[in-house]
Write a protein that binds this ligand. Structure first.
Ligand code: FE
Ligand code: FE
Ligand code: ZN
Length: 278
């Protein structure tokens, strides 16, 4: 049994997303907590939420993986961007308490010239302000492609953030295959080695979810352009090894590939077929 799904729009409500994912063949999914470009979040409908939770339980869904808006940059050089990002994060954390025991994934941020060390300190400081004892959401730092001044392109940078967080039990990592590959890690030739390195630096107990994507670009390109499964530089064989790796079983796998519904349904079926027999 594998937990696999794709990214859905929250515009029609929560229950609608659950049903949509079932239609596509999946049993987990990702969604933006608000407009991906930022902005105001929709009011939560209590009845929708209640029906949604019943639906997830009945249909044995895996843990959901919410995604923060792309405009969030907790380590921006601009004070107003940082405070706006912190407000969004704090608001999202409160809202996520209504969807118990889910993951909330975000891009650590871009330090835009301030330096990695400063960026890491700003990110950790923001997280320390919003994490509260008793929260059931696990915040996930996403592994990044290392584009521009992005933080999180190296495992060491994510470890450094974790080291500065007080309630670090509430924070983990989401492993994005396209990003890790673009960041320079050889998940095609040496997946075991990459996961051993992850374990040594971050710890596999901190790996909560996988973004399953192919990449348009060669290893180490730092580009972050996702491709459909099997149609990119990572390729089907390597992604199949990811899906079946013993260290990654039971994690939610989220597709963020450039697809329409038909394409997603096909990829979900393919990944399930790969994983059969486990
Ligand atoms: Fe992402
Ligand atoms: Fe991703
Ligand atoms: Zn990406």
């Amino acid at each position: 049994m594998i937990y696999i799904g794709n990214h859905l729009s929250v515009s029609k409500g929560y229950l609608a997303m659950g049903k949509q994912e079932t239609k596509l063949g999946g049993n987990t999914f990702a969604f933006f907590t608000r407009n991906p470009r930022g902005g105001k979040a929709k009011q939560i409908d209590e009845k929708d939420l209640e029906d949604f939770h019943a639906y997830l339980a009945e249909n044995q869904f895996g843990t959901l993986v919410a995604h923060a808006p792309y405009t969030m940059n907790l380590c921006s050089a601009k004070e107003d961007v940082r405070s706006f990002s912190l407000e969004m994060l704090a608001d999202d954390m409160e809202r996520m308490q209504q969807i118990q025991h889910s993951y909330y994934n975000f891009h650590p941020g871009s330090h835009v010239g301030q330096g990695t060390e400063k960026g890491i300190a700003l990110i950790a400081d923001a997280l320390n302000q919003v994490l509260k004892p008793g929260h059931t959401t696990t915040i996930l730092l996403e592994t990044m492609a290392g584009k521009g001044s992005e933080i999180g392109g190296r495992f060491e940078e994510l470890r450094a953030i974790l080291d500065q967080i007080n309630l670090s039990d509430q924070v983990g990592v989401c492993f994005d295959t396209c990003h890790v590959w673009d960041g320079g890690y050889d998940i095609v030739g040496n997946l075991d080695g990459v996961l051993e390195e992850f374990d040594r630096i971050i710890g596999l107990d901190k790996l909560y979810a996988v973004h399953l994507n192919d990449s348009m670009n060669p290893r180490g390109s730092h580009k972050d352009r996702h491709q459909k499964i099997g149609e990119g530089e990572i390729g089907a064989e390597a992604l199949k090894r990811v899906v079946n790796h013993p260290a990654l079983q039971d994690k939610p796998f989220i597709l963020e590939t450039p697809n329409d519904d038909t394409g997603y349904a096909k990829e979900i079926a393919l990944v399930q077929e790969w994983n059969l027999g486990r």
